[in-house]
Design a protein around this ligand. Structure first.
Ligand code: GUN
Ligand code: ZN
Length: 434
């Protein structure tokens, strides 16, 4: 069989390594204006300035920006139904809006329709891979795995573990949860581009026995991911201290059960101390920075420079429905503002790296996604550099590369997206302008 050959022309931008924090002229930035990205059988095989020969299907996106697909390392599928809910901090928000919405996912038809709507929404925002919370219901994890597999997407998820402090219909128990996890791991972990994450909602909604079960699953198979929330909100942190009086800190509740490891993704990490930061670095776990959510729920300001100093990995995430947009640019815009409030400046390079190659490497998936290195699967998005008169005028006067890309990151959103390719196949295309 002849190989499927696809070549995309445009301004190619990706990273070869982690850019320095405030370095605007960074050798880690690989910008190849008006180049061709060559894709064979769904994999990137190279880039070149010259047009490839007629054995290639060619798509000319000249004058457009081409980036690796974004990776959202923390987002909740069922919470599209509660995005933009008014007036609460975390614990009230969970009880008032989120838990009732999640109850509906007990119905397999609701879970299936919700999962399809969700993965299509990710692709329509330029996000081609994600680490996702479904609900406590086994059927909600199955629905997400199936929806991602049908589109060839890289997706990491697992049924949510919660056996206390949640309403009826939204709790499991240790034995039943363990059975469900083992069954889902056998059926989905490592199939297609799917991987299983042991998914502890957060310390308050799991008994110590359930946390021990989750830790045992992780210890039994180092290829499993783990996802949870940590140190997001001050009332939450106080509650955890009351529930786990023996733990040194909130993070320590997870650490002592064996839940901190290189495949662990912990959302937020706002209210950490230096011992926590050292422990995160030593474990290889990553924090998913969720600035939109942190601002919207009034949770606090994540200290990214302290994370860099301690040496743990940070990726970018939307945390929808705590966050208010699936657009990674919108989230990075909020990330810039959060850092600015603390007197720090987030470069477009540090931000975009954390949503592409940096996230991929933190997940141990750098060999598959996150860059245009040869051999990576072609998860690729094509963007308008500017849309609308204000962004167009700003783009036109920008001279330096960082200035152009920073203005794009700050002013663009999903309306700039032209196409998303997953493993070289178009899975989203913008409808033509009327
Ligand atoms: N902590 C526990 N559950 C949640 C959730 O659904 N969203 C956020 N932002 N924090 C949480
Ligand atoms: Zn979350």
């Amino acid at each position: 069989n002849p190989k499927q050959r696809l070549a995309l022309r445009g301004d190619l931008l990706d990273f070869t390594s982690m850019p320095g924090w405030a370095q605007l002229d960074s050798p880690a930035v690989r910008f190849q204006p008006d180049h061709w990205l060559l894709i064979e059988d769904g994999r990137i095989v190279g880039t070149q300035a010259a047009a490839p020969d007629a054995s290639w299907d060619r798509e000319d996106h000249s004058g457009k920006l081409i980036l690796p697909g974004f990776i959202d390392t923390h987002v909740h599928c069922p919470q599209l139904d509660v995005i933009a809910s008014y007036g609460t901090e975390l614990l009230d928000w969970l009880n008032t809006y989120t838990f009732p919405a999640e109850c509906r996912y007990a119905d397999p038809a609701v879970a299936r329709a919700g999962a399809e709507r969700f993965v299509d929404a990710l692709l329509a925002h330029g996000t081609t891979a994600a680490v996702v919370f479904p609900t406590v219901h086994k059927t909600s994890a199955e629905a997400l795995f199936e929806a991602a597999a049908a589109r060839g997407m890289r997706l990491v998820t697992g049924k949510v573990l919660m056996d206390r402090h949640a309403p009826d219909g939204l709790r499991d128990d240790v034995a039943g949860a363990e059975r469900d996890c083992i069954d889902l791991i056998q059926r989905f972990h490592g199939r297609d581009r799917l991987a299983y994450a042991v998914t502890v909602r957060f310390a308050p909604t799991s008994t110590p026995e359930q946390l021990a079960m989750a830790g045992a699953l992780c210890r039994a198979d180092a290829s499993l991911f783990m996802q949870t929330h940590v140190a997001e909100n001050r009332s939450e942190v106080e509650w955890v201290a009351r529930l786990f009086p023996d733990a040194r800190s909130y993070l320590d509740v997870y650490a002592r059960e064996g839940l901190l490891h290189p495949r662990a993704v912990l959302a937020h990490g706002i209210w950490l101390d230096e011992d926590d930061r050292r422990q995160l670095a030593a474990s290889g776990a990553q924090v998913a920075f969720c600035p939109s959510s942190n601002l919207f729920l009034g949770s606090g300001l994540f200290d990214w420079p302290a994370a860099r100093a301690a040496g743990f990995r940070v990726s970018a995430a939307s945390d929808v429905g705590g966050g208010t947009s699936l657009s990674m640019q919108r989230n990075l815009l909020d990330g810039y503002k959060v850092q600015a409030m603390a007197g720090h400046r987030l470069s477009a390079w540090a931000a975009l790296h954390a949503a592409t190659r940096g996230a991929a490497e933190a997940l141990g998936l750098g060999g598959e996604i996150g860059s245009f290195d040869a051999g990576r699967l072609a998860d690729v998005c094509v963007w308008d550099w500017a849309r609308g008169p204000v962004a167009e005028a700003r783009h036109a006067v920008a001279r330096e590369l960082h200035e152009k890309v920073f203005a794009w990151m700050i002013l663009s959103d999903e309306r700039n997206l032209l196409a998303s390719y997953v493993a070289g196949k178009p899975q989203f295309r913008r409808r033509p302008d009327r």
